[in-house]
Design a binder for this molecule. Structure first.
Ligand code: SAM
Length: 258
């Protein structure tokens, strides 16, 4: 089931307001790669920000966004010059169709269970062309980003009618100082000018370290070709990088599991 904040039309309408293009190193990092590929699938495309930009920047090939959340996809569908599909990697059956598959905005971390991750990576390998690439990022667990997801670090924006909206996160597990046990569960609360909470959403994200990630990719028949540690293109440092940004390609050999 998708998070309320992505399924709900009203909250999805706030997403790009809280995360505007200018504040996002990830989407500007991926854009040149999108522009260089003739067919692109954006998995967990959300409001469609990246593919909208690619079309505006002159991409003339196939651009396709996939997302299971009604609210987010409703935003994406406001433009019809991109193909939009509601679903996830377990509900589609594309074969050898995309030169590039991307997952941005840490959408990769919604793949929580081992079997979900395996099924998703197998589907990615299948949908890529022979020389296709899969580009995505996951937060480096060593940077412990969730420790900064606190009400003190809330952010505020304005809804379309000008009303201020505050968004704050609160981590439910792990407890402060506790070691990470694969996932982080947190709430996101949206409140209006009177401070009353109007909407609350709960999320669970998986944090994989680089060796764990490499093992899942290898098992799915995907080979890491490049890895970065941040949106400035700096190399990945396991202890200090905030991100694990991966470019993988279809390996020569078939996946080790069916
Ligand atoms: C944090 S948003 C990122 C959206 C967009 N990629 C961006 O960068 O703005 C995560 C997105 O992943 C989507 N999502 C949730 N479960 C998913 C799944 N199993 N497969 C693909 N996308 C999923 C959500 O609906 C949401 O739109």
């Amino acid at each position: 089931m998708v998070d309320h904040q992505f399924a709900d039309a009203g909250l999805a309408a706030l997403y790009d307001r809280f995360h505007p293009w200018e504040s996002r190193g990830d989407v500007s990092f991926y854009l040149p790669h999108v522009l260089a590929a003739r067919s692109v699938l954006d998995i967990g495309c959300g409001t469609g920000l990246l593919l909208h930009r690619a079309r505006d920047a002159g991409h003339t090939g196939r651009l396709c966004g996939l997302d299971p959340a009604t609210g987010m996809l409703e935003r994406a569908r406001r433009r019809s010059d991109v193909e939009w599909v509601q679903g996830d990697l377990e509900t589609v059956d594309w074969r050898g169709e995309f030169e590039l598959a991307v997952m941005t905005g840490h959408a990769f971390q919604v793949l929580v269970a081992d079997e979900q991750l395996r099924a998703a990576l197998a589907a990615v390998r299948q949908l890529l062309t022979e020389d296709g690439r899969f580009a995505f990022e996951t937060r480096n667990p060593a940077a412990r980003a969730w420790e900064r997801w606190t009400p003190e670090n809330s952010s505020t924006t304005r809804a379309a009618d000008g009303t201020p909206v505050r968004m704050e996160h609160r981590v439910l597990s792990p407890a402060p100082g506790e070691p990470l046990d694969r996932t982080v569960t947190f709430s996101t609360t949206f409140s209006g000018p009177d401070g009353r909470a109007e909407e609350r959403s709960r999320s669970t994200l998986r944090f994989l370290d680089a060796p764990e990630l490499d093992a899942f990719l290898a098992e799915a028949g995907l080979e890491v070709v490049e890895r970065f540690g941040d949106w400035d293109g700096s190399p990945f440092d396991p202890e200090h990088s905030p991100e694990i940004i991966v470019f993988a390609r279809r390996g020569e050999r078939a996946p080790s599991r069916p």
